[in-house]
Design a protein around this ligand. Structure first.
Ligand code: NAP
Length: 295
């Protein structure tokens, strides 16, 4: 295997070659970027070296090899573990941290990186490894706009929907959490629906077209909800909470009757009931934002 010397020969360095880091390195290579790679366990670098990556002999060499460092390890503590011993090499470079973490951790890492004279971009990858490099893959960045603009042509290799959200490095983590929350609550709803219809022997595959079609309709409700949430006014123009309360109660009852976990439907029913009790029976579903904001 070839190894780098610390003389800045690559366009980009990828540190962390797990499932995601390897996909990132592969996308850079596919886009024709000279790519240096390094992983704590060197064996994971082998396939990438076969594909044209240069293996750094150490984390220090990896940092020294490129103006742009992309780090994707397990968590922010691991980022610090890798970079602290080589922090002296960071000055003048840009660190794009694509490791998942909290908004607090992003701000702390941004401060630490700035203290070592480097630009910090925090990135949230809204995709699994097979989708890295695809034209519609969304990767959200926060940090100095100038540093993003300089490195965007290289970073764009990871996803066509690469987006700079804010100069505050905390913002992508917040979007990441919000979008994952949306995914999990939707998928839990899907699984709950499967458990319910499964009590009548309906298979998941049979139910699937009804679920996906319905989610398209649900998506079409979202612009109206967003408009009402932004306006802070929730007129029940199409459906009121009063009309949604009985079906929400039926869902709880149906779940209990069939021995299916009713936690999720109870949560929704309770939100609607509380809003109705507080005098909002004529409002739309968007009214529930008030309770989520101030539980
Ligand atoms: N996989 C996804 O679908 C996905 C999607 C979006 C975001 N992400 C985020 O991407 C990051 C990496 O995920 P992954 O799926 O690639 O995980 P993974 O396959 O488990 O890889 C973890 C990587 O972190 C390294 N690592 C862990 N602890 C370390 C330490 N203390 N010092 C140095 N290196 C350390 C591992 O090195 P070794 O090989 O030496 O163990 C490995 O390279 C995570 O933050 C994850 O949340 C993943």
């Amino acid at each position: 295997m070839s190894t780098t010397t610390p003389n800045g020969r690559s366009d980009v360095t990828v540190i962390g070659l797990g499932l995601m880091g390897s996909a990132l390195a592969r996308a850079f290579l596919r886009a024709g970027h000279r790519t240096t790679v390094w992983n704590r366990s060197p064996a994971k670098a082998r396939p990438l070296v076969t594909e044209g990556a240069v293996l750094a002999g150490s984390a220090r060499d990896a940092v020294a090899a490129s103006p742009l460092l992309v780090v994707c390890v397990r968590d922010p503590d691991a980022v610090r573990e890798v970079l602290e011993p080589v922090a002296g090499e960071l000055a003048g470079r840009a660190l794009a941290n694509l490791t998942s973490g909290s908004s607090e951790q992003a701000r702390a890492l941004a401060g630490w990186t700035a203290g070592h004279g480097a630009d910090y971009l925090d990135g949230a990858i809204m995709m699994t490894p097979p989708g890295i490099g695809a034209p519609d893959t969304l990767i959200l960045y926060g940090g100095p706009r100038g540093a993003f603009d300089v490195h965007e042509p290289v970073l764009r290799a990871l996803g066509g929907a690469t987006t700079h959200l804010a100069t505050d490095p905390a913002v992508p983590s917040l979007y990441d959490s919000a979008l994952l929350g949306l995914m999990w609550s939707s998928l839990t709803g899907f699984l709950h629906a499967l458990a319910l219809v499964g009590t009548e022997g309906v298979t998941a595959t049979e139910f699937l077209p009804f679920a996906t079609g319905w989610l398209r309709a649900v998506g079409s409700f979202m612009p109206g909800i967003a408009q009402q949430v932004d306006a802070g006014a929730y007129p029940g123009e199409e459906a009121t909470l009063e009309t949604q309360l009985p079906p929400a109660r039926h869902l709880v009852h149906e779940s209990e009757l069939r021995g299916v976990d009713a936690t999720l439907p109870r949560f929704t029913r309770d939100l609607i009931e509380r809003a109705v009790d507080r005098g909002h029976a004529g409002d739309s579903y968007a009214r529930l934002i008030e309770q989520l904001r101030a539980p």
